[in-house]
Design a protein around this ligand. Structure first.
Ligand code: ADP
Ligand code: MG
Length: 278
């Protein structure tokens, strides 16, 4: 009943990366608030990797990144890095966003996946990475999680009461631990579980560039062919955008978070639209 009610309204999951937020937070949040005022239901997921890196450097923790055999680059999170990650993501960034949205008249409420345990992830005990010579190497997985389940109930209750959930990319592990999860993955899993109509990923470029030209539309069956032309950061977004379409989300969009009204990508032909059919 709750789910069918939600489906009747437009529900959009919007994700913004850390760099876009750092450069354009006020416009991004104004753009969200204006759509909420017009009756759109939004769940907002934020990143913030660069801010985490800055704070790590401040307290003398050296940030590390690893690349998987599939060519996906991720932050490597050990115990100390997890502390900074949680402080910055769930604290500084999440609460700044919430405070600004509330100021814009939106009832924003900040959450991590540990709140009510609504994003459950499995901690990777071991991970395979590529070393400097492109050779596979197995290392301990640290505190990085692979999202297994998003319980839509909490989000549904909040949205139906007029709240706008603002989600930090932190999940709840099987042993009760906090885990670093990728924000693109979190947005995608949330969109799937809540049966969002659209997933909008805002980043610091205008969309997917293929040989320096914006691809306005990418069909899911073209993704394999284009993979070699898409690098770190963007390759993960394209993968997530493709997955959500296969589980019922109608459209995924990758667009600029640096413009004045980034959510106009929902209404106008800007950015890259990833679709099942053209
Ligand atoms: P975010 O913080 O928004 O998640 P990422 O750095 O993870 O941002 O991903 C966006 C980045 O992906 C861009 O800044 C760009 O440098 C990189 N990128 C790699 N390949 C492409 C491509 N083909 N088209 C556009 N951006 C690309
Ligand atoms: Mg990223």
């Amino acid at each position: 009943m709750l789910t069918s009610y939600l489906q009747a309204m437009s529900l959009i999951v919007v994700k913004a990366g850390g760099r876009a937020l750092e450069q354009n937070i006020d416009n991004i949040l104004k753009s969200i608030a204006s759509r909420v005022c017009r009756g759109l239901k939004i769940i907002f997921v934020h990143g913030g990797g660069d801010v985490v890196t800055r704070y790590e450097e401040l307290i003398g923790v050296k940030p590390r990144f690893v690349v998987s055999p599939q060519g996906i680059r991720s932050r490597y999170t050990d115990e100390r890095e997890l502390e900074v990650y949680v402080m910055v993501m769930a604290g500084k960034i999440n609460k700044e966003i919430v405070a600004k949205l509330n100021r814009l008249g939106v009832k924003a409420i900040g959450l991590t996946g540990a709140d009510a345990g609504f994003i459950k992830a499995e901690r990777k005990k071991k991970i395979i990475i590529l070393d400097e010579n492109n050779r596979r190497k197995i290392i301990p997985g640290g505190y990085t999680g692979m999202i297994k389940e998003v319980e839509a109930e909490l989000l549904t209750v909040l949205i139906n009461q007029g709240y706008l959930p603002v989600i930090a990319p932190i999940a709840y592990g099987e042993e009760g631990e906090l885990l670093n999860v990728d924000a693109d993955q979190a947005a995608a899993k949330i969109a799937e579980s809540i049966r969002a109509e659209k997933l909008l990923i805002l980043t610091d470029v205008e969309g997917v560039l293929i040989e320096d030209k914006l691809a306005k539309r990418i069909r899911v069956d073209e993704v394999g062919m284009l993979e070699s032309k898409i690098g770190f950061g963007m390759n993960r977004k394209v993968l997530m955008c493709t997955r959500v379409l296969q589980s019922g989300v109608k459209e995924s969009i990758i667009s600029s978070g640096l413009i004045e009204d980034p959510l106009k990508a929902l209404e106008e032909d800007i950015g890259t639209k990833i679709t099942l059919q053209l």
